[in-house]
Design a protein around this ligand. Structure first.
Ligand SMILES: C[S@@+](CC[C@H](N)C(=O)[O-])C[C@H]1O[C@@H](n2cnc3c(N)ncnc32)[C@H](O)[C@@H]1O
Length: 307
């Protein structure tokens, strides 16, 4: 398969979630290889605009080579800066929908040099944005055992987190820990794999989430989303693990008018009236899609509409 290929997850469902207006203005916060972006552009009119973000320079470079559409504006930036960039473009309050397809793309996972994969030997990098911040190897070299254990536990739900952190520090007494397979082997000596799951899956996920500050990125983007959106503008967000989904779910629920209002509480009702969103629910990938693309198994799409 082409090394630039990424099979987009819940493509139609997430674009349906945007409830596209023919000449509307949309944001794709996670361009990747542009599958969703192309799907959106295909369904929009000639005067529409799509502002696409990716913090990975290789995604933006790929897009510049392969997309030639005057309606598309490509921005190399983490999506946590979306609100200030949209402000600068004078588009605050005019956005008709924001799509987020979280996590990493297949080209990021498949390119051994990016260091995301426990299956391919490569430098232990794991940064989506290679132009800033510490690589996983650099962080593991300076972090203490307790901090490493905490990250692996919190972001990976890994029960053996303390033991793994201990082994990492023991390894580093002998030699620097710099490659993906060194880390995968350390974890495999401590954790037993389950069925089809590699023993290092949770540890790699945890370190990746930490290195890329994925949860604070997501929270910041959500917190700043309401003022960007026009009335009836949509949030359409696909997440891939429960920690991420919990953040999206809580944000939408705490900022949404509830369908059933609590009775006899005028103050609460007033507060509810001011809520910026209406929760339009969640959806999972179809059986057909899961059969064709196993990555879609864990996808949860949540949609909300700006009041
Ligand atoms: C799952 S892929 C998106 C795939 C895309 N929807 C497609 O159909 O090709 C996620 C992309 O979002 C980018 N990304 C993840 N977190 C980001 C963030 N905080 N800011 C900007 N881009 C981010 C990653 O670099 C990656 O390219």
């Amino acid at each position: 398969m082409n090394s630039n290929h990424h099979q987009s997850v819940m493509l139609d469902e997430s674009i349906d979630g945007l409830n596209l207006i023919n000449n509307g203005i949309y944001i794709d916060a996670t361009f990747g290889r542009g599958g969703h972006a192309q799907g959106i552009l295909d369904r929009l009119g000639g005067q529409a605009q799509l502002i696409a973000f990716d913090q990975d320079l290789s995604a933006i470079e790929y897009a510049k080579k392969t997309f030639n559409d005057p309606r598309l504006n490509l921005i190399h930036s983490p999506f946590s800066h979306m609100h200030s960039i949209i402000n600068t473009l004078d588009l605050s309050g005019k956005i008709n929908g924001i799509l987020m397809d979280l996590g990493v793309s297949s080209p990021q996972l498949d390119n051994a040099n990016r260091g995301f994969s426990f299956n391919h030997e490569g430098p232990l990098d794991m940064r989506m944005n290679q132009t800033s911040g510490l690589s996983a190897a650099q962080w593991l070299a300076v972090a203490d055992e307790a901090e490493i254990a905490q990250v692996i536990y919190e972001f990976g739900d890994e029960r053996k987190s303390r033991h793994i952190a201990y082994r990492i520090k023991q390894f580093q007494l002998e030699q620097p820990l710099t490659t993906t397979l060194q880390l995968a082997n350390i974890v495999s000596e401590v954790v037993r794999g389950q069925k089809k799951k590699h023993p290092a899956t949770r540890t790699f996920q945890a370190i990746r989430i930490f290195i890329n500050q994925e949860l604070s990125q997501l929270s910041a983007a959500l917190e700043h989303s309401a003022p960007l959106l026009a009335v009836d503008g949509r949030l359409s967000i696909i997440s891939f693990h429960s920690i991420e989904d919990r953040i999206v779910k809580r944000f939408i629920q705490t900022n949404s008018r509830q369908k059933r209002l609590p009775k006899g509480l005028p103050i609460a009702n007033q507060a509810i009236e001011k809520m910026p969103f209406t929760d339009l629910g969640k959806q999972f990938a179809s059986k057909n899609e899961i059969a064709l693309n196993k990555r879609s198994r864990s996808a949860i799409l949540r949609v909300a509409s700006k009041n």
